[in-house]
Design a protein around this ligand. Structure first.
Ligand code: TMP
Length: 206
């Protein structure tokens, strides 16, 4: 049996993932392809518990602990959800994956690339997404969307410089591996972005 494809959707906070996830969901439904939607941090019972801890603005977490918790949640996610589904021929779409750790914990918080790459190897070996759709918006758009969030989590409370580093890390990663990433500018016309995402998926499954 052919294995499923692993697709991740990532980007800075406020990049508009929720809207585009709905577009992706509709596309899979129209194509009648088996798919499992999940998210990081989270996706499993343990992962969702870790997510709660990591997003809680009242909990102090050291930068390295946060990084390790992201990978702990990811380990469980891979073992319990991602790999078994792909093995069964079910495609998996994850709202965020390891690119977020490089962007947020790496560029945002200053954890070295070597440490993150070491954890990536430990948890994933050479496993990585077949396709990563990177949603990009100018920083001003991201910040104004975050500003409208009523109860900001630990990450949403970060400052402009933090998000600037996160955004630039995402774009650099995408530029360095163009065969795996597609950068979608998410401030264009809604219908245009929808069509672009549908075309990206159609190409992947052609
Ligand atoms: P969400 O807002 O997309 O649900 O994600 C929750 C937050 O978690 C978001 O601000 C980014 C952050 N995050 C990291 O810092 N590192 C990671 O590895 C992942 C997966 C998410």
């Amino acid at each position: 049996m052919e294995k499923g494809k692993f697709i991740t959707l990532d980007g800075i906070d406020g990049a508009g993932k929720t809207t585009q996830l709905a577009v992706i969901r509709d596309w899979f439904e129209q194509q009648n392809l088996p798919v499992y939607f999940t998210r990081e941090p989270g996706g499993t019972i343990v992962g969702e518990k870790l997510r709660k801890i990591m997003l809680d603005k009242h909990t102090h977490i050291s930068v390295m602990t946060e990084t390790l918790l992201m990978f702990a949640a990811r380990q469980q996610h891979l073992e319990e959800i991602i790999l078994p589904n792909l093995e069964k021929g079910v495609h998996v779409v994850s709202d965020r994956f390891t690119d977020a750790t490089f962007a947020y914990q790496g560029a945002g918080r200053g954890v070295s690339l070597e440490k993150i790459e070491c954890l990536e190897r430990l948890v994933q070996e050479d496993f990585c997404p077949d396709l990563t759709i990177l949603l990009d918006v100018p920083l001003s758009v991201s910040l104004s969307r975050i500003e409208q969030t009523r109860d900001k989590d630990r990450f949403e409370q970060e400052n402009r410089a933090f998000f600037e580093r996160v955004r630039s890390a995402y774009l650099t990663r995408a530029a360095n591996a163009p065969s795996r990433y597609v950068v979608v500018n998410n401030i264009c016309d809604k219908m245009e972005v929808k069509t672009e995402i549908e075309q990206i998926l159609t190409r992947l499954f052609a």
